[in-house]
Design a protein around this ligand. Structure first.
Ligand code: SF4
Length: 394
């Protein structure tokens, strides 16, 4: 029995990929051990979004076979092959599809259907680490979704590096969701993150027809200042963004909208930051993910003048974190006041109290005799721990 330890840094796409990598090893030949313990093979599946993750990765890497982002899914095979050649990721043209049976530790399955990005946002190093945009074949997407459902997963989270760019022979993300909607046994479909300008009205209309879709949309806003958005190379302004949110709420009135925001992009003045604060303050969103700007070599923003001091970036991040907390509390209270039905897959139970991460992306608790992995519906009644407590709806 070989011992394998795996550490995953970064986003849900990396979580999905770690499961794929492990699934390439024969389950009869290995045991999974904690990363801190002694192992025969250490796998570090990392990311390059911020300097912080690069630093963490370097700390994890001691003695390693470093594999490129396209071929890492074939790691089990590569370990038996002495003459591995590093591939220039910018030449990757095909989506490297590897069916996966189960996730490492999650109740829900993360399914990567798209990789790479053709955009060049001025702060972002991801396209250089992930290569050009490429999509799984539509048939592969359905094959993988069926495997997950057969293995008992009732929720699938669709992910990618720039998911809105999903395209295979004329099929787009809406086609994927519609096809998955028909899979018997699958209860919930969640979309991990979508660029605002790829979130079309057409997509919204079609998603609305799917009863399994989670009304939870994560959208990278990055800034509420038009001047900063332009400096970042983002192809929309704050008014476009507001129009998009209005559209989303007209289709999904109680949607949980989460935003990514970067603080301290080079040249972001106090008034730009204030514009971001004011803009977000008036939006009926559910939560914020805040990232102090991280200066990545090779990106357009790397050599920009007017870098904002670390202290100031962090001060702005703290201010937004506070606003994010207020938004989250407000959203939970709204769910309780309006008795919005929350659906989710039972994750665990303690003293007969079960917990779900609901379709509206808030944690919900109720007493239940259902088993982990089953669908649970809850009407929220009061704030409880990090989420809400409610009555079972059926
Ligand atoms: S859309 Fe922009 S931020 Fe997102 S991966 Fe592509 S370049 Fe990076």
């Amino acid at each position: 029995m070989i011992k394998i330890a795996i550490a995953t840094l970064g986003c849900k796409t990396n979580t999905a990929e770690s499961a794929i990598i492990l699934n390439q090893f024969n389950p009869e030949n290995y045991t999974l051990v904690p990363f801190a313990s002694t192992a025969d093979i250490y796998i570090i599946n990392t990311c390059t979004v911020t300097q912080r993750t690069d630093y963490k990765s370097r700390n994890l890497i001691r003695k390693a076979l470093i594999v490129d982002n396209q071929n890492k899914l074939d790691l089990a095979e590569l370990l038996n092959n002495e003459d591995y050649h590093f591939q220039d990721i910018m030449t990757a043209a095909e989506f490297n599809f590897k069916p996966v049976q189960k996730m490492i530790e999650h109740t829900r399955a993360f399914q990567k259907i798209q990789d790479g990005c053709d955009y060049r946002c001025h702060y972002c190093a991801v396209p250089y680490a992930r290569g050009p945009a490429r999509s799984a074949k539509f048939s592969e997407v359905l094959t993988q979704a069926r495997i997950f459902v057969e293995n008992g997963y009732k929720e699938i989270v669709l992910g990618g590096i720039n998911l809105g760019l999903y395209e295979d022979e004329g099929k787009n993300l809406a086609d994927v969701v519609e096809a998955m909607e028909k899979l018997e046994g699958l209860e919930l479909i969640r979309i991990s993150s979508l660029e605002p300008h790829l979130f079309s009205l057409e997509l919204l209309k079609r998603l609305k027809q799917c009863t399994k879709i989670c009304p939870h949309f994560h959208i990278p806003l990055q800034s509420g200042s038009d001047r900063t958005l332009k400096g970042m190379g983002r192809p929309y302004n704050s008014s476009d963004f507001e129009v998009l949110l209005n559209h989303i709420f007209s289709f999904f009135p109680d949607a949980a909208i989460g935003l990514d925001v970067i603080t301290g992009f080079p040249g972001e003045s106090s008034s730009d930051f204030q514009a971001t604060l004011n803009f977000i303050a008036k939006l009926p969103i559910a939560y914020l993910h805040i990232f102090p700007f991280s200066c990545r070599p090779g990106t357009a923003a790397y050599s920009l003048p007017e870098q904002v001091s670390k202290q100031e970036k962090n001060r702005r991040a703290q201010r937004l974190l506070q606003l994010g907390k207020e938004k989250k509390e407000y959203y939970k209270q709204k769910m309780i006041n309006e008795k919005i039905l929350l659906r989710g897959i039972l994750e665990s139970k303690e003293n007969e109290i079960g917990t779900i991460l609901s379709d509206h992306y808030i944690r919900a608790y109720t007493s239940t005799n259902k088993k982990a992995g089953e669908l649970l519906k809850i009407i929220p009644q009061q704030l409880y721990k990090d989420g809400v407590f409610g009555a079972k709806a059926e």
